[in-house]
Design a protein around this ligand. Structure first.
Ligand code: LAC
Ligand code: ZN
Length: 473
């Protein structure tokens, strides 16, 4: 096993770590280390020197005090489903997993709030509050395995964001252990708060670089009683994108409006072995459109209204309306597993672009033009209602030379286009390790300096997830 420069100092602290979390939860076993060496980001692997699995904020505080004193690097990790390498221990040191902090502490029905630990799987949390008639909408595709703590770190989104917002719109208050070991609460359990700087929102989306979240208070809303879902095929992918803003302009707010290029749907149908819909000849893309609410008649009218709008955009007459819960689940499963299908198909690089939604057709056209210029194929899908397009650049048969040679410049051009269109380089996957070199496309020196200053204030010794979002100073 290769030891990182920090390893001797980490290994000297093993007994101290055992005294804090118990020896069962301190591991240097190569198999365990290997398990925590990668997340869902492309094909990257970096071994940590030790894996720690604390149970409480107090244990994390004691660990961070030691690490801060001895300048040992710490990478926090949730469910390991991240797509920008935020949880990769690329410099070695301690990998701190929150997997044992997996209790839902309180569902407060009177106030519509839930207090939870960070290691709870997002879907488990959603189901628990659903049983009380309550709704926590943010639902990343990985919701069956990702942790709510990781969702806070990344400010995750998902398909419902178009109507219900992203994680930041639900977080009221956080308990956070700072890199110095101090334990703070960031806010209050209230729906309005105009009291000083908003530390809660500073921590949301900070990708585990400012502190480790140990308790989370989320607001909940009543769960809508009904939903309807349809899959609309289009002969032109650009027309499908153009239909998106027309739906909103006509006064509709779908609860999901997802875009899938033909390859995305074709690959995932093969991947999960489900061809619920026939893929007609000449179809270039699909929109998956959901409406939800409490009155089924109103919903039916809305869905028909939306179908009428999209028909003006060269869509096929074969719109597929999900008839029952099973068909809805089948369609959603296809959409949620596109990412896995792409990953299984080829080495790829994913760009999480987001633009004002009316610019989507221009973005898609630009991505394809840049692909032709640099010789790569891309498969695009994503949360079109939010203007959030996941651009997957596919290696396919490209030689390593061609792939490595053209890729970076191509990505840079895509991001420059995104910026030109008023968008930004990540909608919901974060910057982490793999996108940081592109950050100067969207932030100038003054903005980056401010961010570095915030990092220094929270983490004076730069021990917590260093080298994520921007390079260590
Ligand atoms: C999705 C993930 C990749 O939209 O964000 O499926
Ligand atoms: Zn997504």
């Amino acid at each position: 096993m290769l030891l990182t420069p920090d390893a001797p100092s980490v290994l000297q602290q093993l007994d101290a770590f055992r005294a804090i979390v118990g020896s069962d939860y301190v591991s240097v076993d190569p198999e365990v280390l290997a398990h925590y060496a990668s997340d869902e980001t492309e094909d990257l692997h970096y071994l940590p020197d030790v894996v720690l699995k604390p149970r409480t904020a107090e244990e994390i505080s004691a660990i961070l005090k030691i690490c801060n004193e001895h300048r040992i690097l710490v990478t926090p990790r949730g469910g390991g489903t991240g797509l920008s390498g935020g949880a990769l221990p690329h410099l070695g040191g301690v990998l701190l997993s929150t997997e044992r902090m997996n209790s839902i502490l309180e569902i407060d029905e009177r106030n519509g709030q839930v207090t939870t630990e960070p290691g709870v799987i997002t879907e488990v949390l959603q189901s628990a509050v659903r049983e009380r008639g309550l709704f926590y909408p943010p639902d990343p595709s990985s919701r069956g395995t990702c942790f709510i703590g990781g969702n806070i770190a990344e400010n995750s989104g998902g398909p419902k964001a178009v109507k219900y917002g992203v994680v930041k719109d639900y977080v009221l208050n956080l308990e956070v252990v700072l890199p110095t070991g101090d334990i703070i609460w960031t806010g209050a359990n209230v729906l309005k708060n105009a009291t000083g700087y908003n530390l809660t929102q500073l921590v949301v989306g900070s990708e585990g670089t400012l502190g480790i979240v140990t308790k989370i208070v989320l607001r909940l809303i009543p769960h809508p009683r009904y939903d309807l879902l349809m899959l609309v095929p289009f002969r032109s992918a650009e027309q499908a994108c153009a239909a998106v803003s027309a739906v909103f302009q006509a006064g509709y707010t779908p609860s999901a409006l997802e875009f899938m290029e033909r390859d995305a749907l074709e690959w995932v149908m093969r991947f999960v072995d489900d061809s619920i819909v026939p893929l007609e000849e000449g179809i270039a893309a699909h929109l998956l459109i959901e409406v939800d609410g409490n009155d089924p008649d109103v919903l039916m009218k809305e869905l028909e209204g939306i179908a009428g709008i999209v028909q003006g955009f060269d869509c096929s007459e074969n719109i597929f309306f999900a008839e029952d819960a099973q068909q809805k689940e089948q369609l959603w499963k296809l959409r949620r597993r596109v990412g896995e299908a792409v990953k299984a198909n080829s080495i790829y690089k994913e760009e999480d672009t987001v633009v004002p939604r009316a610019e989507l057709p221009v973005l898609l056209q630009g991505v394809k033009a840049i692909g032709s210029k640099y010789g790569f194929h891309s498969v695009c899908y994503g949360h079109a209602g939010d203007g959030n397009l996941h651009v997957n650049i596919i290696k396919g048969d490209l030689s390593d030379e061609a792939w490595n040679g053209s890729l970076k410049e191509g990505i840079r051009e895509i991001f420059q286009l995104v910026k030109q269109l008023g968008g930004t380089i990540s909608g919901e996957h974060g910057i982490g390790l793999v996108q940081k070199e592109y950050l100067p496309i969207v932030f100038d020196a003054v903005q980056l300096q401010l961010m570095r200053g915030i990092k220094r204030l929270f983490d004076p010794n730069n021990i917590l997830n260093p080298g994520k979002i921007f390079d260590s100073e």
